[in-house]
Design a protein around this ligand. Structure first.
Ligand SMILES: *[C@@H]1O[C@H](CO)[C@@H](O)[C@H](O)[C@H]1NC(C)=O
Ligand SMILES: *[C@@H]1O[C@H](CO)[C@@H](O)[C@H](O)[C@H]1NC(C)=O
Length: 465
């Protein structure tokens, strides 16, 4: 007990230094009303920032007067409209942003789109920076630019997937000059941070094992042979890959913020590392480390702002079970596990008894070695069961439009042309992309329409590489 109170006090000190946020996603059937959530976060936790994944005025208004800094998100579908029209953007700021600020919601950032670079959508991608520029100009016009920054959050899919060590980090070719460079120039000019969603959970491999991801290797760690720097955890390695990429483009002075990180407390039996103990360890250690002032090997002696994903489980999300079990809190706001962010000690403690029997039964026990046993470690990327047809078509167009990727097998006469269905062709194309970029989970995101599987989808003469 003393130990946990002590660690809470340490974390409060960390919060002052860095800033701890949570992502408030709401794709769930039963969640508490936003006003209750706002009150709980403001009074019961050390969280000082909340990130909404949309611009829902009711949810945003709930945070008025709490003092919490609020990041709101422009939905991807709106990004091209902001890019096209200065008048539309001004009107959006006038009707959707200014009233919030006037009502006392501490809007601190507007994030333009979500993981735009991973959406495999070229018009959206090309609209990103112009939309951010128009939005910033409209905020200047409304005298809100001093208070509200404009940024956007990226998955690690912005990096070249061939990156093996942090010092080799570089932005993905083709995106670097077309999108990332003007983006970084915009962020530098406006003083806004480069925001990344960094998930060591999705980087688990034989080379980056669980203990490294969970900050458990102590001072042993892994030497980056490129820089001679020692890495003691996977999060530092991911952040420094981003720092290296920025340094390489001459934008090392732009600040980096961890817009999302987290760990699922349950998942499929083939998903390595899922579980409440691991989730608790990861989140507590990540918060403590980023707030400690130690910094990363490439950016020593500094703190990093971080937002934990996610406030609640979201049972309406597609994909493997883990996608629906990133929550820190149950819908009644009792903690799923001790993430170290509560101010009131009476809340602290494991609450596995609060999981309903139905939910517990639906969650298979994690089996860390299932992956290797099933498929010799091989994995494939296929469409998620409920994936939208239009998005699957975009995925095919995107993958097969890349130089160096050969989609001839799904063209007429190719070995995977039959069955001639969108689902089957998308599976082939998405897997090809995943495989040719080095089997990274983030190369199977496709705007949350892809899932990694251990079941080989090959059939007949159609061979999935
Ligand atoms: C609003 O959030 C910022 C962080 O972006 C913080 O510095 C400031 O104190 C907050 N304002 C209020 C009124 O609480
Ligand atoms: C970081 O802090 C340590 C201890 O205060 C100091 O020795 C070191 O020179 C600092 N490094 C940088 C890059 O500022």
């Amino acid at each position: 007990m003393l130990g946990s109170i002590f660690s809470i006090l340490l974390l409060i000190a960390a919060a002052d230094a860095a800033g701890i946020g949570v992502t408030y996603g709401r794709r769930a059937t039963s969640l508490p009303p936003p006003v209750d959530v706002a009150r709980f976060l403001a009074r019961g936790t050390i969280v000082d920032r909340v990130r909404l994944l949309n611009a829902d005025p009711l949810a945003l208004r709930a945070f008025a007067g709490t003092g919490l800094a609020v990041d709101m998100t422009v939905p991807n579908a709106l990004v091209p409209r902001l890019a096209e029209s200065v008048a539309f953007t001004r009107q959006w700021v006038r009707t959707r942003v200014a009233p919030l600020a006037a009502a006392g919601t501490n809007v601190s950032r507007i994030l333009v789109g979500r993981e735009v670079i991973s959406q495999a959508n070229r018009p959206l991608l090309l609209a990103l920076v112009p939309a951010m520029q128009n939005l910033h100009a409209a905020l200047v016009g409304a005298s809100l630019d001093g208070q509200i920054q404009v940024s956007t959050a990226h998955s690690l899919g912005v990096l070249d997937a061939l990156t093996t060590s942090p010092s080799a980090g570089r932005f993905r070719e083709g995106y670097d000059a077309a999108v990332i460079k003007p983006l970084l120039a915009f962020l530098r000019a406006t003083g806004a941070p480069f925001m990344v969603n960094a998930y060591p959970f999705y980087g688990l491999t034989d080379d980056t094992p669980l203990d490294f991801a969970l900050f458990r290797v102590g001072a042993t760690g892994v030497m980056d042979t490129g820089s001679g720097l020692l890495y003691t955890n996977a999060l530092d390695a991911q952040l420094d890959a981003v720092h290296s990429a920025m340094d390489r483009m001459g934008f090392g002075d732009v600040d980096v913020v961890v817009a999302e990180t987290g760990w699922p407390w349950a998942g499929e039996d083939w998903e390595t590392g899922v579980g409440a103990d691991h989730a608790g360890d990861y989140n507590r250690n990540a918060i403590r480390h980023l707030g400690s002032g130690v910094g990363t090997p490439l950016r020593p002696n500094r703190t990093f702002e971080v937002s934990i994903f996610s406030l609640f489980d979201e049972d309406l999300k597609p994909g493997p079970l883990s996608q629906r079990h990133f929550g820190l809190f149950h819908a009644d706001m009792t903690p799923v596990y001790d993430a170290g962010i509560l101010t009131a000690p009476e809340y602290v403690g494991p609450v596995s008894s609060k999981v309903t029997p139905a939910a517990a039964a639906a969650v298979p026990a994690p089996a860390p070695d299932a992956r290797a046993a099933d498929s010799g470690g091989r994995r494939w990327c296929v469409p998620a069961p409920a994936a939208d047809a239009a998005v699957l078509q975009e995925n095919i167009d995107f993958v097969c439009g890349q130089g160096g990727i050969d989609c001839s097998a799904i063209r007429l006469g190719g070995s995977c042309y039959e069955p001639d269905t969108l689902q089957a062709h998308a599976a082939y194309a998405m897997n090809l992309y995943f495989r040719s970029n080095g089997d990274h989970e983030f190369d199977c995101e496709f705007g949350h329409t892809g899932v990694v599987t251990t079941a080989d989808p090959s059939f007949g003469g159609c061979n999935f590489t």
